[in-house]
Design a protein around this ligand. Structure first.
Ligand SMILES: [Zn+2]
Length: 481
């Protein structure tokens, strides 16, 4: 099936997910948690590919791949196997990468994202297991480098490569796909997305309609882009470059390019290899795997995923779809919401957690652990009981994040307690006496004039009055006139 594509841009992604929660590397017992270790210290003869070593498969990495496949609504291959993909590169000790070829463990899945014009189902062609090479660092830029150094700590890490069909039509859709995928993977607890290099993407980009005419699009692959923001920028650059070539009648070639984030350009690395160049060959150290019998056990233990949770939040708590969508992007956030919603009004819980708490955490770039659910509950209760205004509630949340402490102490220290009703009644009378023009306008039928008077009451209460009550009291006074 070919998707209709009016803009003429087709984007497919290959996403490499490092299973850094699999405890060990893919074929040896070295730790998968090497991030904070010194270079070249998490190694053994196996992951250095020294002669005479044989691989022992980490079962957990297989289970994680199955878990990912199920989350992507895909088919799991009953019998699967490993191949050697040969290429010469200094960070690859074996001279080949262990990967899968014609029988990937996962195939034919899909992920639904918000497209440019409504829901877009991005097809997942396949997802296969492979091991990561070591990590090279180049002195200077990749084109003009005078030398390189290698750290083998990463060598042999289990990866799952997820390959999409070219169903995305803009850089923004590609970014949304990656955000959604990351969210799903975090729910699955198969990787820690905050680790450097935990998720990397290659983007295939081709422009196949230009100036309203269908052309033979040339697929260009931009390799190893590490952040979602960089993927979006790299794709936008590449679309612009390809259209510029077409405009000038220059020949586009099928090639692999590198994205230089500092300069925001892509540069040619090599003309694209074909499968033949890799000389795929069955890995004679690894027997075929029968995985079918594991699938049902794993399926039974699958967590609730973001889409299902979003639907449940709307039906169970009666909150808006926009709030539900915002709350489920991170599992920890969804959990926080549910713990708060168990104790206070559920709609209030949704708007405080999704709008206020999430916004303030993001603004400060703080993790969710920076705030306690019980403190949020206390703040919501104080607002509901009209002990403090909504505005003051936000101040309390901000103070909790900036300085810590207890909500009640913050209210006291900052003098946020709501003023008494009789204060508002007096303030309403004063505000009316001070605003003869507004009163006359209101009496003449200008509803808006009321806001001016209520605003004056709020000023007198220094924001520590309930705006609805202030309005009611102003109206009551006006009726007497
Ligand atoms: Zn090892």
């Amino acid at each position: 099936m070919v998707y209709e594509n009016p803009d003429g841009v087709m984007i497919g992604l290959e996403v490499h997910v490092q299973l850094n929660k699999a405890n060990t590397k893919m074929f040896c017992s070295c730790t998968s948690d090497y991030t904070d270790s010194e270079a070249n210290t998490c190694l053994c003869a196996g992951c250095l590919a020294l002669p005479g070593t044989t691989p022992v498969l980490n079962e957990k990495s297989v289970d994680y791949a199955i878990r990912i496949g199920l989350a992507l609504n895909a088919e799991i291959e009953n019998e699967t196997d490993f191949f050697m993909k040969s290429y010469f590169y200094p960070d690859l000790g074996n001279g080949y990468q262990v990967t899968q070829f014609d029988r990937p463990i996962v195939k034919n899945g899909s992920v639904v994202i918000e497209g440019e014009d409504g829901e877009l189902k991005v097809r997942i062609t396949r997802a296969h297991m492979e091991d990561d090479p070591g990590k090279m660092a180049h002195f200077g830029t990749i084109e003009k480098s005078t030398g390189s150094i290698i750290d083998f700590n990463r060598s042999g890490m289990p990866l799952v490569e997820i390959v999409t069909a070219p169903d995305m039509r803009s850089a923004k859709e590609a970014r949304r796909f990656l955000d959604k995928l990351r969210s799903i993977l975090e729910y699955l607890d198969v990787f820690d997305g905050t680790r450097e290099g935990a998720m990397k993407a290659d983007a295939n980009i081709s422009v196949n309609v230009f100036n309203g005419k269908r052309i033979e699009g040339t697929r260009v692959e931009v390799k190893n882009i590490s952040s979602h923001k960089a993927v979006e920028k790299a794709i936008n650059y590449e679309i612009m470059r390809q259209k510029d070539y077409l405009r000038k009648n220059k020949q586009l070639v099928q090639e692999t390019r590198h994205y230089d984030e500092d300069r925001n350009v892509t540069i040619s690395l090599r003309v694209k290899e074909t499968a033949d160049d890799y000389r795929y060959f069955p890995d004679f150290d690894l027997v075929p795997m029968i995985v079918g019998d594991r699938v049902e056990g794993i399926r039974a233990q699958m967590p609730e995923l973001p889409d299902a949770k979003r639907e449940r939040f709307v039906s169970q708590y009666g909150i808006s779809d926009a709030h539900a969508k915002s709350l489920v992007t991170e599992r920890a956030f969804a959990d926080l919401f549910e713990s708060v919603a168990a104790k206070v009004d559920q709609k209030s819980a949704a708007s405080w957690v999704a709008d206020v708490v999430k916004g303030e955490l993001n603004y400060r770039d703080l993790p969710i652990t920076a705030i306690k659910g019980d403190d949020i509950v206390t703040v919501i209760e104080m607002v509901t009981k009209k002990e403090i205004s909504e505005e003051s509630g936000v101040t309390v949340i901000r103070t909790l994040l900036d300085d810590g402490g207890k909500p009640a102490d913050i209210v006291k220290a900052k003098g946020l307690a709501m003023v008494a009703d009789d204060f508002i009644a007096t303030a309403a009378k004063e505000a009316i006496a001070e605003s003869p023009d507004a009163v006359a306008d209101y009496k003449a039928g200008t509803e808006k004039a009321l806001n001016f008077i209520v605003g004056k009451v709020m000023q007198k209460a220094k924001g520590k009055a309930d705006a609805r009550l202030a309005r009611e009291m102003v109206l009551k006074e006006l009726e007497k006139m």
